[in-house]
Write a protein that binds this ligand. Structure first.
Ligand code: NAI
Length: 699
């Protein structure tokens, strides 16, 4: 059992001990129940204190039990809470560090609560598309008041205990301890002071009213209307809290229960839970043990102060890690540093960054023109031009100067990492760190594992990614890695749709309605259409047999590279990002279509979405099969954090699972019949065909 029982004189102490955050898994719940039985049976015990060992009171549900029957197995959390409420001896929660979700609900079942200052308190279930399901929506309004409680439940955000304790009339905390160090003593003293108090106070017995309830709940619903469009949970939280004000406690609990179960079954909640677990799972690499000793990364060097180099540098400066940037010419360094300053200064102007913090960060940055000055750094990241010859020269220099054991990383987006590693005498130390643009903003980092990359290098860069607050996904070596290899197929379908009768605007609108942050053509304009153009030219020979719409090349021949040139698939006004459809571009597409002898047809939004998304899915299935991605959820994480895939759809692979892979395969067979599409591509990947035939899913 992962909760201990001890007796200190007349006080029993139950300590949750389920690292890392005392999640309320079955064995912890059993431990609490067992402790309660012992305390009630021991005549010498007059009161009970419940606390958490280590780094939390309790972080709530044990994520290892998510979606498993263990989560509901008795004693479930509601039963444990009832046991506390029914206790004939006072139960005092001694809360510190973190009390979240089920952890807070557990505390609300105790008769009294003493908290250490600094404790983060939250009901974050809404972030998983749920609501607190163990009485949180019914008890929290009774102790905090309706408005404060609803705010916490709908936002899911944490707030410090001492701030909550200042709310007038609050009954959440009976006492805030002087400091975390004195919490235990103060909780014990408090327990002794109430040992003889009867009747024992119960949160469920407190009144729950809002003087202008109808108007207030209507305001909240109006406010949430727009933001909660694709997320049903926030409005359901309002329903549950409203029930606390209009119904008796038990009836309110029944409402909460019913809403909770309904939310559990929504695709949005399944998607958000998939995302939550997938993000955690992404950092685990099957053959790299979690206790692999890490290399020490105290300093970082960056080669190339261009678009990517500067953004990458900012990530490390933000995390307090010194950065040395190298360029070939002083002007390039000056330009790079000026851009970084510009970025920081914009943040200072907006009030998002304090001047002192900005100064602190810039003080960690040094620049150099000489490789010899890099020898002391622990990790170097190369972000020079995307040309293999340039990479060769850089990696030979790095091999010459870097100390033994230093990690040599490349930000290449298309080149063969194994080849880059072969330019050195230490391929085991070479790894790909593929950042996304803008590198200081985008959450995704693809960590590219070369054939010889050492396991401790993988473990170290995954830990470094966490430090700079990136969500890292591991990819094997292939053209485009996970994300860009898939996006190529998505873009190709976009092109075919133009050939067959769509406008860029129609495709973008359909994809944005589906939930993509941006449709494919707006995305191309943002990233720069010339980048894809250059890649296509470079690959012309190896891709000679691959069918493409030529519209994107024609666009680039007109110099319409996207936002940076003020014109791409759309027009852009200076300094604005609004995409304005351009008649010339539409005409260009029509002319190309006519030249191909294609009669345009009306294409439904559904077909647009399916062709683009299923293109991702089929390529994703190949990627899984080849072992380029370790698991389907890694692909989903990649798409949500790097490509603007809607989180409430859980990523392309989960989306396909939700539709049913059989249906996805049927659609692919249909697409293969289209003479203007690429029938070869639509042959379902063997893994996909097999899963569909067996009625299985990716996840
Ligand atoms: P960029 O052209 O903005 O910057 C490259 C910088 O490297 C320039 O400042 C140049 O002076 C410098 N440089 C060139 N050769 C050098 C050498 N031998 N030694 C030192 N410095 C040298 O290019 P960008 O966009 O920053 O791309 C850099 C790398 O990042 C490329 O490998 C690219 O494929 C990759 N990448 C680019 C993304 C993007 O969206 N721009 C996204 C992800 C990766």
């Amino acid at each position: 059992m992962t909760a201990h029982y001890q007796v200190h004189g007349d006080i029993a102490l139950i300590t949750l001990d389920n690292p890392p955050v005392n999640g309320l898994g079955l064995s912890t719940r059993q431990g609490i129940a067992h402790g309660m039985e012992q305390a009630l049976a021991d005549a010498a015990v007059t009161a009970i204190v419940i606390t958490g060992a280590g780094k939390a009171f309790s972080g709530g549900a044990d994520i290892r039990e998510f979606g498993s029957p263990l989560a509901m197995q008795e004693p479930n959390l509601n039963s444990v809470i009832q046991m506390l409420e029914k206790s004939t001896k006072p139960v005092v929660a001694a809360i510190h560090t973190v009390a979240m979700g089920g952890g807070l609900e557990l505390a609300l079942g105790c008769h009294y609560r003493v908290a250490a200052p600094g404790t983060s308190v939250a009901l974050p279930e809404v972030k998983l598309g749920l609501l607190p399901g163990a009485g949180g929506t019914q008890r929290l309004p009774r102790v905090l008041g309706v408005e404060a409680a609803l705010n916490m439940i709908v936002s899911g955000e944490a707030i410090k205990a001492e701030m909550l304790a200042m709310l007038p009339g609050q009954k959440l905390f009976d006492k805030i301890a002087a400091s975390p160090a004195t919490l235990a003593d103060e909780a014990f003293a408090f327990a002794r002071s109430v040992a003889a108090t009867r009747p024992l106070p119960l949160v469920r017995d407190l009144p729950c009213k809002h003087p202008q309830g109808d108007a207030y709940f209507q305001f909240v619903r109006n406010m949430l209307g727009a933001v909660s469009k694709n997320f049903p949970a926030p409005l359901k939280c309002v329903d549950a809290v409203e029930a606390a004000t209009t119904k008796k406690f038990e009836a309110g609990m029944a409402t909460e229960r019913e809403i909770f179960i309904n939310l559990m079954w929504t695709p949005e909640s399944r998607s958000l839970r998939h995302l939550f677990l997938g993000e955690r799972a992404a950092s685990k690499i099957p053959d790299v043990p979690s206790d692999t000793p890490l290399r020490d990364i105290q300093s970082v060097a960056i080669i190339g102060a261009g678009t990517m180099g500067g953004g990458i540098a900012m990530n490390f400066l933000n995390a307090g890690i010194p950065v040395k940037m190298l360029e070939m010419k002083q002007e390039a360094l000056d330009r790079g540093v000026a851009t970084m300053r510009g970025n920081y200064e914009a943040q200072v102007k907006k009030g998002k960054l304090k001047q002192a913090k900005y100064d602190e960060r810039m003080a960690l940055l040094t620049t150099t023109l000489s490789y010899d000055e890099l020898s002391g750094t622990d990790m170097v990241i190369e972000a020079v031009f995307e040309e293999i010859g340039v990479k060769e020269a850089v990696f030979k220099e790095l091999d010459r100067v870097m100390k033994p054991g230093a990690i040599l990383a490349s930000n290449t987006s298309t080149l063969d990492l194994n080849k880059i590693a072969s330019f050195t005498q230490r391929p085991q130390d070479v790894v790909g760190l593929h950042f996304f643009s803008p590198a200081n903003v985008m959450k995704l980092l693809e960590v590219v594992r070369g054939a010889q990359t050492a396991k401790d290098v993988m473990a170290t860069v995954m830990a470094a990614a966490k430090k700079i607050r990136k969500t890292a996904v591991v990819s094997g070596v292939c053209d485009g890695f996970i994300g860009n290899r898939m996006i190529e197929q998505y873009g190709r379908q976009g092109g075919f749709l133009l050939d067959e009768g769509c406008t860029p605007e129609q495709v973008d609108k359909a994809m944005e309605k589906f939930g993509m942050a941006m449709g494919p053509f707006r995305m191309g304009d943002l990233a720069g259409n010339d980048i894809g153009w250059a890649i296509r030219k470079r690959r012309a020979t190896e891709r000679a047999n691959m069918k493409y719409s030529k519209t994107a090349d024609l666009l680039c021949e007109k110099g319409r590279f996207g936002q940076k040139t003020g014109a791409g698939w759309y027009d852009y006004k200076p300094g604005k990002r609004d995409a304005i459809p351009n008649a010339e571009v539409v005409k260009m597409i029509e002319d190309y279509r006519a030249a191909q002898g294609i009669t345009p047809r009306k294409i439904s939004d559904e077909e647009i979405v399916q062709r683009l998304v299923f293109a991702l899915v089929n390529e994703g299935a190949h990627i899984l099969e080849e072992g380029i991605a370790n698991k389907a959820s890694d692909i989903d994480i990649c798409y949500i954090f790097g490509y603007g895939f809607p989180p409430y759809r859980g990523g392309p692979m989960l989306y396909a699972d939700e539709l049913g892979l059989f249906n996805v395969v049927q659609a692919m067979h249909r697409f293969a019949q289209n003479p203007h599409d690429d029938a070869d591509f639509w042959k379902p990947a063997p893994l996909l065909a097999q899963l569909a035939a067996e009625g299985k899913s990716f996840n």
